[in-house]
Each structure stands twice: as structure tokens, then as C-alpha cells.
Ligand binder design. Structure first.
Ligand code: FE2
Length: 302
């Protein structure tokens, strides 16, 4: 789908200066979000937009030269090169493979389209279609209703959760990876396909956003990934509930909410797009793994 078609869609952005005049969430929804730490919004985007984003991601994958990362996934110093590729993705569109997608020589075991785990982490700034979607007025209004002042779009990911091999994502808090002290980073998770227990939907602990931050993943002074752990208590995984949603749904995730997704062993993919947003009135940690060059700072909705 071409960009001009995306722009013509009725839910695509109108670039008003402020969303303040439009309230998206009602009081019950706000109450629910503050109580549970997450909020499910069914039918947030229509099927045409879901299809448009899937088609766009498939086009990006089709145009991506898989041999360019064969080296990364096949060298002996695999962890180091994979980490460097990850650390350099904050202002780019990089492609990350499923764990089981490559053999010992770094050759893909299956078709390229079914080998990608996720695409990240600056789709919202680099790709025109994802930029257009990410800055739609409806999303700006939602963020405004969540009381995120002077919002900045920090990170985006397109997650494929491939059939039969989509990997598990362990229980975590998003603020572990994108640390903002004063007001934890807010995640928006858009289901582009139905997500249920069979194909690896999100799971979360209702009210778990009251659990203090357990750990941080940092970029150290040598530009290596390292971790700090503040609390070794195991997650109360028995309190997890599945967030099964239809395509087009959006899920808002508080930055301290413990959440996870299980393996996708089904025959159906579970494509999703995520955005992480912070308030520009707060400080983005200088030792977060994701850093932007001076000439490409985080941007807001307009
Ligand atoms: Fe997450």
C-alpha cells in the first residue's frame, strides 16, 4: 500500500497543534488503567489499517538483504555482534531473527518472511507509513488522556511472533529497558492479528504496576549491555492473566506492569506493533541502551 493511500484513510492523522480539545478515554477507562496497570481498547484501529501495516512490514522484510546479518548471527563471537547490532538500532530499522531461524553457519532454515522475530527500533521515525500511523491524532489523544505531557515517541517495534517458532518473551517491566524515573515509560501494543493463548498473546499481572522496578538493562561506558538487579524475588506468575484480543485492539501498558508472552506453537502468526512514549518533561536516562545521535532526537506527535 502506498503512502498516499495511508494518508487518505479516515483515521490517519490530522496534525492539530494540540489534542487537548478531544477526550478519548472515559472516566471508567482511566480508573481501570490506574487500578490494573493496563487497559484494553477493542477496535482501536480498523482492519484496513491492520492490513496496511502488515503489508508494509512484509515489504520491508522482502527488501531487506538477509545476507547482511548472516555475519552477525553466524560468527563465533555471536553474542558480541548481536549486541552491537541491537545497540545500533535506536535510530534505525534493524531486523532481528527468531532464535531457531538460523543454522550453525548462519543460514536461514526457512523463508526470510518467517524468520524475523521483530523489526526495531525507530520505525516510527524512519519509515513513512509507520511514522504516519504512529502519529495519528487518535493516538495523540490517547496519550494526552494518560496525562503524558509533552510526549516523545521513544521506541517502536514490529513483532511477528511467527507460527510454530515465535519465541517466548519472559516476564518483565518495560521501564527495565527504557528507564524514566519520574513517570515510567508507557507502552502501546496494537494487535494487527487476533492474539490468544494459542498464538502467544500478552499476559499481565493486574495491579502489578505497584511492584517497584526489579532491574535495569543499561549501556555501560564501554557501550556494552549490562544489568542491575534490585529485587531477586520471583514474579508472582500465578497471578498472570491472558490478554486475549481481536485484531485492531490496542493495549496500554504501564511501564512498571509485569507482562510476558509465551511461545507461539500454533500455525497462526501474531503480528503486533508497539510504541513506547515518555513525557518530555522528564529525564530519559543517559545510560539507557537506546540512545539517539544529536541530530536525531526523540520527536513528539507533530
Ligand atoms: Fe514489554
Amino acid at each position: 500500500m502506498a503512502l498516499h493511500e495511508a494518508k487518505n484513510m479516515n483515521t490517519m492523522p490530522s496534525f492539530e497543534k494540540s489534542p487537548a480539545s478531544f477526550s478519548f478515554l472515559n472516566s471508567l477507562q482511566k480508573e481501570s488503567y490506574h487500578r490494573d496497570g493496563y487497559l484494553v481498547l477493542p477496535q482501536f484501529i480498523n482492519e484496513t489499517i491492520c492490513r496496511l501495516l502488515i503489508d508494509r512490514a512484509n515489504m520491508l522484510i522482502a527488501n531487506f538483504d538477509a545476507s547482511s546479518i548472516k555475519v552477525i548471527f553466524s560468527t563465533q563471537d555471536r553474542r558480541h555482534t548481536k549486541n552491537q547490532y541491537f545497540l545500533e538500532s535506536g535510530d534505525k530499522i534493524h531486523f532481528f531473527l527468531e532464535e531457531n531461524a538460523v543454522n550453525a553457519q548462519g543460514e536461514l532454515n526457512t523463508d526470510k518472511l518467517y524468520s524475523i522475530n521483530k523489526i526495531g527500533h525507530a520505525l516510527h521515525d524512519v519509515d513513512p507509513v509507520f511514522n504516519c500511523f504512529s502519529r495519528m491524532h487518535k493516538i495523540a489523544c490517547l496519550i494526552h488522556d494518560l496525562a503524558i505531557a509533552d510526549p516523545l515517541l521513544v521506541q517502536s517495534m514490529y513483532i511477528c511472533k511467527q507460527p510454530f517458532m515465535g519465541g517466548e518473551v519472559n516476564c518483565h517491566q518495560d521501564n527495565t529497558f527504557l528507564y524514566v524515573k519520574e513517570q515510567p515509560i508507557t507502552g502501546l501494543w496494537f494487535a494487527l492479528e487476533d492474539a490468544n493463548r494459542e498464538n502467544g498473546c500478552l499476559w499481565a499481572i493486574p495491579g502489578g504496576h505497584r511492584i517497584p522496578l526489579k532491574s535495569r538493562m543499561l549501556r555501560d561506558k564501554h557501550h556494552q549491555i549490562c544489568y542491575e538487579t534490585y529485587d531477586h524475588t520471583p514474579w508472582p506468575l500465578e497471578e498472570m492473566v491472558p490478554l486475549e484480543v481481536s485484531r485492531g485492539s490496542a493495549i496500554v501498558l504501564h511501564g512498571l506492569l509485569p507482562h510476558m508472552s509465551k511461545q507461539n506453537l500454533s500455525s497462526r502468526s501474531r503480528h503486533a506493533y508497539t510504541l513506547h512514549v515518555m513525557s518530555g518533561q522528564h529525564e530519559y536516562a543517559a545510560d539507557n541502551w537506546l540512545q539517539r545521535p544529536a541530530d536525531m532526537p526523540f520527536r513528539g506527535f507533530w
